[in-house]
Design a protein around this ligand. Structure first.
Ligand SMILES: Cc1cc2nc3c(=O)[nH]c(=O)nc-3n(C[C@H](O)[C@H](O)[C@H](O)COP(=O)(O)OP(=O)(O)OC[C@H]3O[C@@H](n4cnc5c(N)ncnc54)[C@H](O)[C@@H]3O)c2cc1C
Length: 828
């Protein structure tokens, strides 16, 4: 990529560009000797040139160009004529591998001139790969006389029709390039035609280059956080192999100031600077070409229109421009689509990475221009612009500052969070209506195929088992799984604090957690199997749960007793006479997930003893659920009228169920109460994290509603009462969010056995559902009738939040915990 320093609006490619004092006598001599010696070779084009050369009159460097140093070469021929050429060479010093390949520039232009003589590239004269002549390889090409327009707004072109023609010709030329068949051009080896997705390759390559360029500790990297977010978004949205056209010659740096125009006809005479050309995706190439429509105004090195609404008269809009390109490339115009957004962001990312390379070279002292250091400052602009304007679709130029040292997401978490957000926007919110509809049909107790499809997609994106902390994963005894699946079933290994950010995002849609295998009661049940399951139990039940192949339920609560006190449980687990089996009996209710056709296993709590210490009478056993005639799912209980199909909260009768002791017992006899307390282990905060997301989603939909709903002559958002409500909601949600993050952090640091962690977790369990309920309730009020209907997500969110003041343990129990811990401390 060249980064121009000239600010003149129109400059002729003549001696004005040349630093007159830079005579380079030594290089001239060496070059002349080389050319003379070269003429003793074959008799092709380049030797014809060498044969006719008499002397070199001038070799002087063009003042612009950051990438490959470029020189004007004026030569007197043996017949007395004086001709001008251009010499381009690799820069000296340490450069990033695979960059600045002048040999490739020569190859592609040579092929184009030979196979498509009308395509505007300069004639290639010769290539010298011998570094001993000028220090690095170089090539010589014809000098093309014409005009270069440096400013996309073309301020010095007065007539609108000329501006139109200049842009049309730029689009047509690029379109023509993209229409060429690589095979016919003899350029199949010029790039990786069949080596996977071009975009994925590009992302990987330039991320690698970026990382290398910031290795130097002297380089300041203010853009790094935003780059990581951008990379995560690009990664999540990258087209797969086969999803994009990727077998065309692409220029890689196609922009107005890399073209030489005929000042009279406005035809393109030459396309310059082929350093980044390769075989790749033409849509990515044209998106890069459209960057002036996206970049902010006032960039000295990379001029733009500043604002797409202010494209000057005569200059086509982005869409019109892409249409012309599309006709000549004979490829679809995808401008404006979500794919287009990806290619624009990818182009900016690539631009950013290239500029980061320039910055690194400046710091190392071997950039080819004195302005390289300034060019480096653009790195941040590109990264921020790509992320904020293109990815987030926002207009602000400055991204939100990332507050370090608080409970903000780590880099690893940030990448996953961005991926997750992208996944939610692309697949989950759109599917809400589909699932809502399905939930009203007679088929609702079956799993909608879209759920399994989304699960597959989430797996493919690495958004799977995000809840599983490293310390729990370490308890895994599974050995018979396919090793390829290990990354999937072990998850990314996040801390509670990291997971809190992701769970909040998933909480925004009631059933979203299931897509990422992060939903209750499976997570709690998997935790139990990890902590108390034998190797056999883990292989039989935990592995398929981790892979999302089956689901599970947890059967503790009984209609007959106050189950918030687990010692009250009355179901029985009695050993058979030979001691090898258990006979299980009991009536349970609120057994969430028991109605799901995929529910294959239940963790059942009952008493193995009715005497002895109160907390040691209970045990937990595994009971297979599929086609088990002794397990009767009686009915789904309704939550404010919602049956939550196909998951369901069931009343279940376990009627003389016989299970093998060894296969079914978790931990040991009498450990049931302890397991129930520790069941949620580190996962005890999951509901709180999701509740914050539920409250935030409710606020989001309410903001939009308040702005558009007009009552008594003005939008709701202008009513001071409404502002009061929304302001209070925000304060409360922020408080609950911080409390949750704090509890997650303390849990990570101290573990749940520490009373400070227990107190923080209990405080959250009180705060999060209460805040969510109260906020959603106020949002429902602002929505009016629609708020309690199926047409807004609020009613369902409210039902879910309200149950969590009971289902995750009643408020009163958690309040007791907080108070007791404080009282105990106050005694000390
Ligand atoms: C939607 C939903 C899903 C559920 N999923 C499951 C599941 O999958 N598996 C499962 O086993 N259970 C599940 N439950 C049940 C849930 O765990 C219990 O409802 C909860 O533990 C309370 O038990 P209980 O309903 O018997 O209420 P009770 O124990 O009868 O308590 C009723 C009320 O008494 C008061 N109270 C209780 N203890 C105290 C105290 N110490 N101090 C002051 N007041 C107190 C509180 O106000 C409490 O709400 C679910 C419940 C719901 C609503």
């Amino acid at each position: 990529m060249s980064v121009r320093t000239d600010l003149a609006t129109i400059e002729s490619v003549d001696d004005r560009h040349v630093q007159r004092n830079n005579t380079m006598e030594r290089e001239k001599k060496r070059l002349l000797n080389y050319l003379r010696s070269r003429k003793r070779g074959a008799d092709d084009d380049d030797d014809e040139f060498a044969r006719r050369i008499k002397t070199i009159q001038k070799l002087s460097q063009f003042s612009h160009g950051q990438s490959n140093p470029t020189y004007k070469l004026v030569v007197e021929m043996t017949d007395g004529t004086v001709n001008s050429y251009v010499l381009r060479k690799k820069p000296g010093g340490k450069i990033l591998s695979s960059a600045h390949a002048v040999e490739r520039e020569f190859q592609v232009q040579f092929a184009l001139k030979k196979k498509r003589p009308h395509f505007p590239v300069p004639r290639m004269v010769l290539l010298c790969e011998d570094s001993s002549i000028l220090g690095t390889p170089f090539y010589i090409m014809d000098f093309v006389q014409g005009t270069i327009y440096l400013q996309p707004k073309l301020p010095d072109v007065k007539r609108e029709e000329r501006k139109t023609r200049i842009y049309e010709n730029m689009a047509k030329t690029l379109g023509a390039l993209h229409s060429f068949d690589v095979r016919e051009m003899g350029l199949t080896s010029f790039g990786n035609i069949s080596k996977g997705s071009y975009s994925r390759r590009t992302l990987k390559r330039w991320f690698g280059q970026y990382e290398k360029s910031i290795k130097n500790r002297l380089v300041e990297t203010p853009e790094k956080d935003v780059v990581m977010k951008l990379v995560a978004w690009l990664d999540a949205n990258c087209p797969k192999y086969g999803e994009e056209v990727s077998d065309r010659i692409i220029h890689g740096d196609y922009r107005l100031d890399n073209l030489i125009y005929d000042q009279h006809s406005d035809d393109v005479l030459a396309v310059l600077d082929w350093e980044l050309s390769t075989i790749g995706c033409p849509h990515a190439d044209v998106a890069y070409n459209c960057l002036p429509y996206y970049l902010p105004p006032g960039l000295e090195f990379y001029p733009s229109f500043g604002d797409s609404n202010q494209v000057p008269p005569g200059v086509p809009t982005e869409k019109q421009y892409c249409n012309i390109w599309s006709q000549h490339a004979r490829l679809p115009n995808i401008c404006g689509s979500s794919k287009w957004k990806f290619y624009v962001a990818l182009s900016m990312f690539r631009g950013m990475a290239i500029l980061a390379g320039v910055r690194a070279r400046a710091v190392a002292g071997n950039a080819s221009s004195r302005n390289a250091r300034q060019a480096g400052s653009l790195v941040e602009v590109f990264a921020k612009r790509a992320y904020i304007v293109v990815v987030q679709g926002g207009a602000s130029e400055v991204p939100r500052k990332i507050i370090k040292g608080g409970y903000e997401p780590s880099e690893k978490c940030m990448i996953l969070l961005e991926k997750l957000k992208a996944f939610m926007s692309e697949h989950v919110y759109d599917a809400e209506e589909v699932f809502e509809k399905h939930a009203t049909t007679n088929a609702r107790w079956s799993v909608h195929p879209l759920m399994e499809e989304l699960k597959k997609k989430a797996k493919a994106k690495g958004l799977w088992n995000l809840w599983l902390p490293l310390d729990s994963a370490a308890l895994m005894k599974i050995t018979n799984a396919h090793s390829n699946d290990e990354a999937l079933y072990k998850g990314p290994g996040l801390t509670n604090l990291e997971y809190a950010h992701l769970a909040r995002e998933m909480g925004k849609v009631p059933w979203a957690s299931e897509i990422f295998n992060c939903s209750a009661p499976d997570t709690g049940n998997m935790e139990v199997l990890l902590r108390y399951g034998t190797k056999d139990q883990q292989e039989k039940w935990l592995l398929p749960l981790l892979m999302g192949d089956i689901r599970s339920c947890f059967a503790m609560t009984e209609p007959a007793v106050a189950s918030s006190d687990a010692t009250n449980i009355e179901s029985s687990i009695v050993k058979s006479a030979n001691g090898k089996q258990y006979i299980v009996n009991g009536k349970k209710w609120w057994t969430s997930g028991a109605c799901d056709p995929r529910c294959a296993i239940a963790i059942f709590m009952g008493k193995t003893k009715t005497t002895g210490p109160q907390h040691e009478q209970q045990s937990m056993v595994l009971i297979p659920m599929l086609n088990n005639p002794k397990v009767k799912v009686m009915r789904p209980l309704l939550v404010f009228g919602y049956d939550d199909a196909p998951h369901g909260h069931a009343e279940v009768i376990f009627d003389n169920v016989v299970v093998d002791v060894k296969e079914s017992l978790l931990g040991c006899e009498g450990a049931g109460f302890a397991i129930s307390q520790g069941r949620l282990g580190p996962g005890r905060l999951h509901h709180c994290m999701r509740l914050v997301g539920m409250a935030e989603r409710s606020l989001d939909v309410t903001y939009a509603r308040a702005k558009s709903r007009v009552a008594f002559g003005k939008p709701l958002s202008e009513n001071s009462n409404v502002l009061n409500v929304l302001g209070n909601c925000r304060v409360e949600v922020n408080g609950a969010r911080l409390l949750t993050l704090y509890a997650a952090h303390v849990l990570d640091q101290l573990g749940i056995k520490d009373s400070r962690a227990r107190s923080a977790v209990a405080a959250c369990k009180i705060s999060a559902p209460n805040v969510a309920c109260s906020v959603i309730d106020r949002c429902i009020q602002l929505f009016g009738g629609e708020g309690v209907s199926q047409d807004s997500p609020l009613a369902r969110l409210y039902a879910g939040a309200r149950t969590l003041r009971i289902a995750d343990g009643p408020d009163e129990v958690h309040l007791e915990t907080v108070a007791k811990i404080d009282l105990r401390r106050s005694k000390l």
